[in-house]
Design a protein around this ligand. Structure first.
Ligand code: ARG
Length: 262
């Protein structure tokens, strides 16, 4: 059932073509101070719409655009490096990537190995079930009578929470997939009983697959932020640019472009 995509590392150059969004037609500043890292390399997992996903050959989405806007503001080049989600923090801590941006939730555990920027978006862990599922709310998963199989994307908070809260307590089994979409496919095939995943990709996956719904009760609420190697010099710089892009409404404009208000 599990398809292993062997460490495919697609690298996509995304030029900071954000002129309309940041209101600056000038392109790169020729006199920008030379920096060790002239190009910001953003590690992500581009299987997470609307934050990062492929449109043809190109990686688009909220994080892709905010990352490009940050690079443009700093007068730096920008490149996206696509990898498995659980490879992002190692790529950042080993210096292969300048930062990680992947709808990544700030957690205490991750703060042991990386530093985080200010938060630029909120996420909610939700539960996707089939329309006829006997799982009608999140508490049902904790009821302890049935052992459900929970589909998750490996290394995500959906994985961590359901492992700690449910699998470790003997209340459920967690089935891990390289992509959220693969977990959702397993749900449509009856191989898992539900999927725990972030709300925005959940909405997209439910819209793309007949017979699924999102439970109304949420599993957990979280903050998304950019992660950096501990004590990286880039943290202050990138976070400074992010703060400005939040303050001037650019980040909200990008979010609104990808997420329509209900
Ligand atoms: N918010 C969740 C986490 O940080 C899921 C993020 C998954 N992101 C992705 N690009 N696949 O663990």
């Amino acid at each position: 059932m599990k398809k292993f995509m062997k460490g495919l590392l697609a690298t996509t150059m995304v030029f900071a073509m954000m002129t309309s969004l940041v209101g600056c037609g000038g392109g790169s500043e020729a006199e920008a101070p030379a920096d060790e890292t002239e190009t910001l390399v953003m590690a992500t997992n581009a299987a997470f719409p609307p934050y990062e996903y492929y449109e043809g050959e190109e990686i688009v989405g909220i994080d892709a655009e905010v990352g490009a806007a940050i690079a443009e503001k700093l007068g730096m080049g920008f490149e996206i490096s696509d990898m498995e989600f659980d490879a992002i923090i190692p790529a950042v801590t080993s210096g292969k990537a300048s930062f990680g941006m992947a709808g990544m939730t700030v957690t205490e555990e991750r703060m042991q190995s990386v530093d985080f920027s200010d938060s630029y978006a909120k996420g909610v862990q939700v539960v996707i079930v089939t329309e006829d599922s006997e799982i009608t709310d999140v508490d049902h998963l904790f009821a302890g009578e049935d052992t459900h199989v929970i589909g998750v994307q490996t290394g995500t908070t959906g994985d961590l929470y359901s492992t700690w809260d449910l699998e470790d307590e003997g209340l459920a089994t967690v089935s891990r997939f390289n992509k959220g979409a693969d977990a959702v496919l397993a749900l449509t095939e009856g191989k898992v009983d539900c999927v725990v995943i972030d709300n925005e990709p959940a909405k997209e996956f439910v819209a793309a697959n007949a017979g699924l719904k999102i439970l109304e009760t949420a599993y957990a609420e979280e903050d998304y932020a950019i992660c950096f190697a501990k004590d990286s010099e880039l943290t202050e710089k990138v976070n400074g640019a992010l703060k400005e892009l939040i303050a001037d409404g650019t980040v909200q404009k990008i979010i609104d472009k990808y997420i329509s208000a209900e």
